[in-house]
Design a protein around this ligand. Sequence first.
Ligand SMILES: N[C@@H](CCC(=O)N[C@@H](CS)C(=O)NCC(=O)O)C(=O)O
Length: 202
Amino acid sequence: MIKLHFHPLSTYTRRVRIAMLEKGIEHELIAVDMAARKHREPDYLQLNPYGRVPTLQDGEFLLYESNAILQYLEAIHPQPALVPADAKGRALVDMHLRLCDLQMARQTGIIIFPKRFLPKDRWDEKAMTQARAEIERHLQILDRQLHGSEYLVGNQYSLAEISYTPFVQFLALMEITPPPRVAAWVERMLDRPAARQTEPTN
Ligand SMILES: N[C@@H](CCC(=O)N[C@@H](CS)C(=O)NCC(=O)O)C(=O)O
């Protein structure tokens, strides 16, 4: 059975958990005690030399980087399909996965890591303000792309939405009010059973 090394509060891991639930892939969850720095110990570094979660273990095969894991799960378990069948649709999903990391996930981390885990006197307010502005600009672009469509690619729920779900979860915590089409899109994503089942407790 596929094993997923994870942490319950990890945004990047949540992408993979949602995809496995959406696809009904049986798996074993193995919690990494990050508070005890287990992710920096040799045993875990043998699985993932970067010392991060998630790490997927399928027999001897090891894979890290959440978006790569999503693509692997799609390849080994194509139904229900979370990417369109045509080359253009697949390329667009790929584009959105990259843009999510570049324009949203990184900036979200800059804001929510301190807000969730650090006392206020250790926050880098300047970096957080800049990250918030970058996210707001990005959401305006997504809002235009969602014109006339409920989802980013081919008007169907795809890996693109899965990639965004853990990060849009924190818009309120980041004090960001999304533009209207993005707000409706976020609501649709967060309302899915797999998203609800993996909601973070912090
Ligand atoms: N690009 C990686 C990011 C993974 C990542 O940064 N995971 C965080 C938890 S959400 C982590 O393990 N951080 C621990 C560290 O960097 O020391 C992915 O997509 O999987």
